[in-house]
Design a protein. Structure first.
Length: 82
C-alpha cells in the first residue's frame, strides 16, 4: 500500500534524521507507531466491553433509587451552641 504524507520540509528532514539515528526508516517508524496505536485502541475497546459486561452482571442486583449526591450530606449537622 502506498501512502503519501505532506510534511513541512524541516519536519521531514528532522524525522528522517530521527529514524536513521534509530536504525530504521521513516516509513517503518510510522508503520510501527500506527500498529501500536491501533493495538492500544483495541485494548481500550476490550476494556470498555469488559466493564460494560461487568455492569450488566451487577446492576440487576442493585435495588432502590440511585444515590444522588447532596453537598449537605458531606457536613455534620449543625448543633446549637450552649
Amino acid at each position: 500500500m502506498f501512502v503519501m504524507l505532506d510534511l513541512p520540509q524541516a519536519l521531514e528532514r528532522e524525522a528522517e534524521e530521527y529514524a536513521t539515528a534509530r536504525g530504521t526508516t521513516l516509513g517503518r517508524m510510522l508503520a510501527n507507531w500506527l500498529e501500536n496505536e491501533l493495538h492500544r485502541n483495541r485494548r481500550s475497546d476490550d476494556a470498555v466491553a469488559e466493564f460494560d459486561a461487568l455492569l450488566r452482571q451487577t446492576t440487576p442486583r442493585l435495588k432502590g433509587a440511585p444515590y444522588v449526591f447532596d453537598r449537605a450530606d458531606a457536613y455534620e449537622p449543625e448543633t446549637p451552641c450552649a
